[in-house]
Write a protein that binds this ligand. Structure first.
Ligand code: ATP
Ligand code: MG
Length: 875
């Protein structure tokens, strides 16, 4: 039996022998592309080649690509675990032709590989072909069908509709028919009983698609019509885990050697057996699948978080925790214990996994623990919702309540339903769905982007000259209108540009486009799309054909460059001071400040921060010149000792940026000499996730601004302290004086309250055998309370203290009774509560002492009378 590793290798070797260049997998987490968060198919990394934005340096390419299908167009998350052949993360084997071979070879080679190399039984294979679509004038893909007929009987060639057999990159762009290969894995008896052809594309777990061959031959325009694609493309994708299942004679992807080690470990750790109970099995599959996704994302620097890709990862992790909690009975962090095994198993093929094992474990453990706390809180909140519903005589939990749990507390709906069922309750599912829809609509409106077709002014490719020039002569190649969040703006692509497009954390340049006719247009930002710098403007020049001068705002750019170079120096210094475990996990560089996120397990101490700052600043003062190498093959960059070599795409030539011993792969803009930075000052250090710290810093003019403001506040403070030369001593003196004054006031107040008590007692009237001590007027609440206690201290029997006072416009009632009166049945708490209604307030306390505040001072007299009446001391 072939092992999974042998299967992967055989695929690559087969296509290598057919003249394909074998390239590495691109990262699974995509940075710098607003349209896609995760790689979801092998073709993603070749998008700019397919769109014609970048030449292919090899026209035939093949690889195995890590893919993730958990958001957007492909979202298989809900299936995963319940079925046996969809994963969140999986490997896609693929081969490509960029304007080279087309349908003939693509089909013949797929057939040859499956039936002759790995020797699948041809009788079990089916192919689908596009049946045509009359409204768009598209005919059946008879070309593909004809080729298949050489290999398969017509009964194994099945027509498929536009949904299954016409592939589109997006709403616009390359598209074309596709042909899928399906395999029937059922037993001979089952196959004899029911014809496999009837089960293709019908969600039967034993009759599944393994390979999709896409023939891109059209380009869809913004108005929806199709034009022929100049360079036709073959794009294929085969599910590696599914192929392993077919070749290893298994009925489930999870029974192949890709998953069995992890499943056994889950079984050992949880003490549950796989294959005995349906939901236990689902939970084990979910855990095994999601673990891979989470670990690989963290290795690709995508940590679980509250937004965007990070939120997707957090949700996946929580889904796994929830299954493990509910069905494997694990109430404590569990998944992190599987990381070592995963790293052993896949670390050779994916070194980033092995290298970052400790960080991955720590992040997963912390996330699990925090979600388990949420689960506890959610269960408590749900209990209170259930009680509320039951008290109101209902057996149904409101949809809004379930949604609050789901949305605010991350509490999963199916768990809510499970708990409700245990309590004999239902869920108002329609209400929940309505809330969900409202939220989705809100999100969609916020994110919707409408783009017009490109208006092509002239052909050509954009060249970036911004590493060397701040300004250049240029022409407009094309432009289009874009609408987002109700705002309209334009995107312009130039023949030549000095504008740096936002990438690698550094923000895009701003500047101007000045026409030969003198017209000036502001460029408010520059972004990257499909590897091209796109200039954003609010209007288009009247004459788009003329020559232009493109000029960046150099002040902003220089400040960004200083912060970017400062980031490199910081990175190096952090590794020297804290250790080599420090790895960059994210960065943000703008003209105003820089942020640098890195792996480190505890707080960076103030002393360490000082040390880092001193190292960085000494290197700035050394005035080291930039040593830049453009277009370096990755191997050479490695030799120079460049950091951050994971996550490069195939064919990438890299740029190495060196200052002294700092060597980094970087596409950003930098200062010509470290001396240009002036100085760096760290202004913040914090934790952003388990094992990840963030440093914020300013450089150059930013430091100057900060020092100015510190100096200004110092001056103001000194002026406030009477301009004394030793401000520190002056402040210390003021603090001491203040404490002494406070002590004196306290003493004075105590004496005053003492004599007030005495006077009040002297004036007390005796009514019905009770001494009634009264206080009214404007009084501090503390004073009233102290007097009350003094009265109880001085008159131990048959005495009542009654106060109706106010302070800052707020009325206050106070009653204190001697103990014998309480024993006889009087109650200060009940009395003030009742009387407080007359001052529009409430309150209470103990039977011997109580106070109540209110809102209406005008009710004080009536309230006082009420108290007297209740206590039986009225006149
Ligand atoms: P399906 O209909 O089975 O979901 P698909 O039409 O979404 O498949 P494609 O987008 O054509 O699949 O992807 C190419 C190949 O990748 C498929 O033939 C299949 O073998 C594999 N594949 C797709 N989705 C998954 C997944 N979630 N997990 C594992 N393999 C997958
Ligand atoms: Mg699918």
């Amino acid at each position: 039996m072939l092992t999974s590793k042998e299967i992967r290798d055989s695929f690559k070797k087969f296509f290598q022998d057919k003249g394909h260049k074998i390239v590495p997998s691109a990262p699974m987490v995509i940075k710098d592309d607003p349209t896609l968060m995760f790689t979801n198919a092998g073709m993603n990394q070749f998008k700019d080649i397919i769109l014609g934005n970048r030449p292919a340096d090899s026209k035939r390419v093949a690889d195995s690509q890590k893919c993730l299908r958990v958001s957007g167009k492909h979202n298989d998350l809900e299936e995963v675990g319940h079925d046996t052949y969809h994963h969140t993360m999986f490997e896609m084997l693929g081969n490509w032709s960029f304007g080279d071979y087309f349908k003939q070879e693509a089909i013949d080679w797929a057939w040859e590989y499956l039936t002759e190399v790995v020797k699948l039984d041809p009788n079990r294979l089916y192919a689908t072909v596009f049946e045509g679509y009359a409204p768009e004038g598209l005919e059946r893909d008879n070309e593909a069908a004809g080729i298949w007929e050489k290999h398969l009987p017509v009964s194994h060639i099945i027509n498929g509709n536009r949904k299954d057999n016409f592939w589109e990159m997006g709403e616009t762009g390359p598209c074309g028919p596709c042909s899928e290969i399906h395999i029937d894995l059922r037993s001979d008896e089952e196959r004899a009983a029911v014809d496999g052809a009837t089960l293709v594309n019908s969600d039967n777990p034993q009759v599944i698609e393994i390979w999709n061959l896409v023939f891109m031959q059209y380009n869809r325009m913004a108005d929806g019509h199709l034009e022929p694609l100049p360079a036709k493309v073959i794009d294929t994708g085969m599910g590696f885990e599914r192929l392993c299942m077919a070749l290893q004679g298994k009925k489930s992807n999870y029974d192949t050697d890709v998953f069995t080690p992890i499943i056994s470990e889950i079984s050992r750790l949880s003490g549950k057996e796989y294959g005995k109970d349906r939901m236990t099995d689902v939970a084990m599959r979910v855990a095994a699948d999601h673990l891979r996704t989470i670990a690989f994302s963290i290795a690709d620097s995508q940590l679980p978080s509250n937004a965007k890709a990070g939120y997707v990862i957090r949700r996946i992790l929580r889904r796994a925790v929830r299954y493990v909690y509910t069905f494997l009975g694990q109430k404590e962090a569990f998944l992190y214990q599987l990381v070592d095994l995963l790293a052993d198993q896949m670390g050779e093929a994916y070194p980033e996994l092995a290298a970052q094992k400790e960080l991955i474990k720590k992040v997963i453990k912390e996330e699990e623990e925090s979600f388990l706390r949420t689960l506890d809180n959610g269960i408590r909140l749900l209990d209170s919702f259930v009680k509320k519903a039951k008290d109101a005589g209902s057996n149904t939990l409101k949809g809004e309540d379930a949604f609050v749990l789901y949305d605010t507390y991350g509490f999963p709906l199916d768990l809510t339903e499970l708990i409700l069922r245990e309590q004999g309750m239902d869920l108002d599912r329609a209400g929940f769905d309505a809330e969900m829809k409202k939220q989705k609509d809100r999100a969609r409106n916020a994110a919707a982007v409408e783009t017009g077709d490109w208006v092509v002014v002239r052909d050509g490719e954009e060249t970036f000259v911004g590493y060397d020039d701040a300004e250049c002569e240029t022409e407009i190649l094309r432009y289009r209108k874009v609408k987002q969040k109700g705002k309209e703006f334009f995107q312009i692509i130039l023949s030549k540009t000095p504008f740096y497009a936002e990438m690698g954390g550094q923000v895009g340049d701003k500047g101007t486009l000045t026409g030969a006719d003198g017209s000036v247009i502001e460029i408010f930002d520059t972004k990257k799309e499909n590897n091209i710098g796109v200039h954003l403007t609010t209007k288009i020049p009247e004459n788009v054909d003329q020559k232009f001068t493109a000029a960046i705002n150099t002040e902003l750019r220089d400040a960004s460059a200083a912060n970017h170079t400062a980031t490199h120096l910081l990175h190096e210094a952090l590794r020297e001071v804290l250790g080599n475990h420090v790895e960059q996990k994210g960065s943000y560089v703008s003209p105003e400040l820089l942020r640098f996120d890195f792996s480190h397990f505890q707080k960076v101490t103030p002393e360490e921060i000082r040390q880092v700052e001193h190292l960085v600043n000494s290197r700035i003062r050394k005035a080291m010149a930039l040593d830049e190498h453009r277009d370096l093959p990755i191997a050479e960059a490695k030799e120079m000792g460049a950091m951050a070599l994971f996550g490069e795409k195939y064919g990438d030539k890299v740029r190495v940026v060196k200052y002294g011993s700092s060597v980094e792969l970087c596409g950003g803009t930098h200062v010509p000499n470290t001396g240009n930075i002036g100085m760096v000052k760290i202004i913040g250090e914090s934790s952003i996730a388990a094992g990840i710290r963030r440093i914020e810093a300013v450089s150059g003019a930013g430091v100057e601004k900060m020092l100015d403001s510190i100096q200004d506040s110092m001056k103001e403070i000194s002026a406030m302290m009477g301009g004394q030369p030793d401000v520190k001593a002056a402040i210390q003196k003021a603090i001491n004086e203040n404490a002494e004054l406070k002590r004196q006031i306290d003493e004075f107040m105590a004496e005053k309250i003492q004599s007030l008590t005495k006077v009040l007692i002297e004036h007390a009237e005796e009514i019905n055998g009770i001494k009634v001590v009264k206080l009214s007027g404007e009084r501090l609440p503390d004073v009233v309370k102290t007097v009350a206690f003094n009265v109880r201290r001085d008159l131990t029997e048959n005495a009542a203290f009654i106060a109706a006072t106010y302070c800052d416009g707020k009325p206050l009632l106070t009653v204190a009774l001697s103990d014998n009166l309480v024993k006889e049945g009087r109650n200060a708490g009940q009395t003030v509560r009742e009387a407080a209604k007359l001052i529009k307030g409430g309150g209470g306390g103990q039977p011997f002492f109580a106070q109540a505040g209110g809102k209406d001072v005008n009710g004080l007299d009536a309230a006082l009378a009420k108290i007297e009446e209740i206590l039986g001391v009225g006149k």
